[in-house]
Design a protein around this ligand. Structure first.
Ligand SMILES: Nc1ncnc2c1ncn2[C@@H]1O[C@H](COP(=O)(O)OP(=O)(O)OP(=O)(O)O)[C@@H](O)[C@H]1O
Length: 571
């Protein structure tokens, strides 16, 4: 969708209204055209000719003409709404409708902030177009009418005015691209600040729970600093623009003042014509040019920038994820390869793996070998360099993010517990769950006593999970996922802070819950409970069962042998 074409198209459809507007403009411009001439007549035929009454009469005509012009302005305003509102309606309908149809369907939820941004840009376009039709049109009509009037009153002086005015306008046009770029930078910086501040506000609970207040604050400060820098650069460009227009507006006045006395003395100009020229300059053209500098140009820039930003925002690609619908909760991995960086040694290399509901896979291997990386790949958070992960038969990264979140739960080592009731914490992934269901889930993973000790489901948890040990926080995290509808559960050392007995209890509970369970093992005992095993050891990734691998893999047998004495010692 081309917003520019859409804009010009809807503007073009208002041509009838535009013609009426032009008619009103002619009426509005009559005072500008006649002002100098009427003053010249008042002076030459009245005050300078010794007939002050005649002079006053001409000035009264001037007053009447001004009233006529005001009538024209009134008609312009009335006509304006009829031209502008249909353009706004057409833009909103086309752009927002397009975004909702094309973008939101592939997103987790309707992108309210995106629609809000778009309507905000449309409002700017509407206001700017209205501003242009009122101010730029008014300025143009006034300048042309005044110049034409000046040529009729004092043709000799008119060139002294026309040349600097046209030069200033040309210079101003040359400055416009730089001005537009800076105005655009301001718009982007504004949006960025709103986005960062909005994100922090919406995620305030998470920010506080994770103790990330300082990081979040820094992000907002940086955005505000960028915004301030963009505003300063814009102000510098605006000052330059004002200078150009001021020179273009004032130099004709100086030239006329310098030349008019000589021309009057030589009989080339009457005193009234000289005064009339000054009236054209001082009361019409110069204010019109100032208006161009202070408002009309800003309006043009705002319009250019808003149209461009609207094109960009409306054309933004949908958020990661797509529309694919998984069928069932199987996982199929083929030729999976991933390294942290283009030239880095792959952490996962050519992995093939199939998991179906009922599978309980333990992933073992030394620290830093790539187990968490594999979890990121299975959940679609990381994009493989080669190969594919399929969830329910479709590439996991093409599944709508909300669907992945519903189907797959990844529990990390650091449990996320926030200030609120125990219930709020447990129901995070299952807001519809009843109290009974949540309590059952807690009991199933071994967190029943903990919930009781915290005062039941409605007991309060303080900021930063105050008073909870790391193991207790992990138990609450486990209960939360147990209560959810997730069909694939990945425990990434999620029981590391539990004692071996509690860990065994939790793992067994998840294995009995159904679906796919992947345990990234903190202790090798997890391997003994799983029905399948993935041993990661750099180039040697092995898949099998405990018994099979003990027999076939010297490496796994050695790992087990090294672990068992340690276990015996510990016990
Ligand atoms: N975000 C990242 N950017 C760059 N390298 C990373 C990133 N995350 C992990 N790595 C690197 O990838 C390798 C595998 O890390 P990963 O966390 O997957 O290992 P792991 O087996 O889970 O380790 P552990 O058992 O200690 O948690 C490590 O060398 C690690 O430094």
């Amino acid at each position: 969708m081309s917003v520019v074409r859409l804009y010009w198209g809807s503007l073009g459809r208002q041509w009838r209204g535009g013609l009426v507007l032009l008619g009103c403009s002619v009426l509005e411009s009559v005072p500008a055209f006649l002002s100098g001439r009427l003053v010249a007549l008042a002076v030459d035929r009245g005050f300078a000719a010794g007939a002050p009454l005649t002079g006053v009469l001409w000035l009264l005509v001037f007053a009447l003409v001004a009233v006529l012009g005001a009538l024209g302005s009134r008609l312009v305003w009335r006509q304006l709404g009829m031209v502008i509102e249909p353009i706004r309606d057409a833009l909103v309908t086309a752009v927002v409708g397009g975004v909702l149809r094309n973008g939101a369907t592939s997103r987790n939820a309707p992108d309210a902030s995106g629609v809000a941004r778009i309507t905000q840009h449309v409002e700017v376009i509407r206001d700017a177009t209205a501003g242009l039709l009122v101010q730029a049109r008014g300025m143009l009509v006034t300048t042309v009418a005044a110049l034409a009037g000046l040529f009729t009153v004092a043709g000799g002086l008119a060139w002294l005015v026309a040349i600097p005015v046209l030069t200033a306008l040309t210079l101003f046009a040359c400055l416009l691209p730089a001005l537009a770029a800076r105005q655009r930078a301001v718009a982007i910086a504004d949006e960025r600040t709103a986005e960062v501040a909005g994100g922090v506000l919406v995620g305030m609970r998470d920010v506080v729970a994770c103790g990330a207040e300082q990081t979040a604050g820094m992000a907002v400060f940086e955005a505000v600093d960028d915004q301030a820098r963009a505003a300063v650069r814009m102000a510098q460009a605006t000052a330059m623009r004002t200078l150009v227009i001021a020179v273009g507006g004032f130099s004709p006045l100086v030239l006329v003042l310098l030349n008019a006395p000589g021309m009057v003395a030589a009989g080339e100009l009457t005193a009234g014509a000289a005064l009339g020229s000054l009236v054209y300059l001082a009361t019409t053209m110069q204010p019109a040019l100032q208006g161009l500098a202070s408002t009309a140009s800003t309006v043009v820039l705002r319009l250019l920038v808003a149209v461009r930003r609207l094109s960009e925002v409306a054309g933004e690609p949908p958020a990661p994820g797509g529309d694919a619908e998984p069928v069932g909760a199987s996982i199929s991995v083929r030729g999976l390869t991933f390294g942290w960086g283009e030239h880095a040694e792959p952490v996962v290399r050519g992995l093939d793996l199939d998991l179906v509901p009922g599978d309980h896979l333990a992933v073992v291997g030394p620290s830093g070998i790539g187990k968490s990386t594999l979890a990121g790949l299975l959940t679609g958070q990381l994009e493989p360099q080669d190969g594919q992960v399929r969830l329910g038969g479709v590439p996991v990264r093409s599944v709508r993010a909300a669907t992945v979140h519903r189907m797959v739960a990844l529990i990390p080592q650091e449990a996320y517990v926030f200030a609120g009731t125990v219930r709020e914490n447990l129901a995070l992934l299952a807001p519809e769950a009843t109290d009974e269901r949540l309590y059952e889930a807690a009991c199933a993973v071994g967190a029943g006593d903990l919930v009781d000790a915290l005062g039941g489901l409605y007991g309060e948890i303080g900021h930063g999970a105050e008073g909870l040990s790391a193991g207790q926080a992990q138990l609450l995290g486990l209960a939360r996922v147990y209560a959810s509808r997730a069909e694939v559960i990945i425990l990434d050392e999620a029981t590391a802070h539990l004692d071996p007995a509690a860990e065994a209890h939790a793992e067994r509970a998840f294995a009995a819950r159904g679906g796919i369970l992947v345990v990234i093992a903190h202790r090798l005992s997890s391997a003994l409970r799983a029905n399948r095993l993935l041993v990661m050891d750099g180039d040697h990734t092995l898949l099998g069962t405990h018994e099979g691998l003990i027999a076939s893999s010297a490496r796994y047998a050695a790992m087990m042998a090294a672990w068992k004495p340690a276990r015996v010692q510990a016990s």
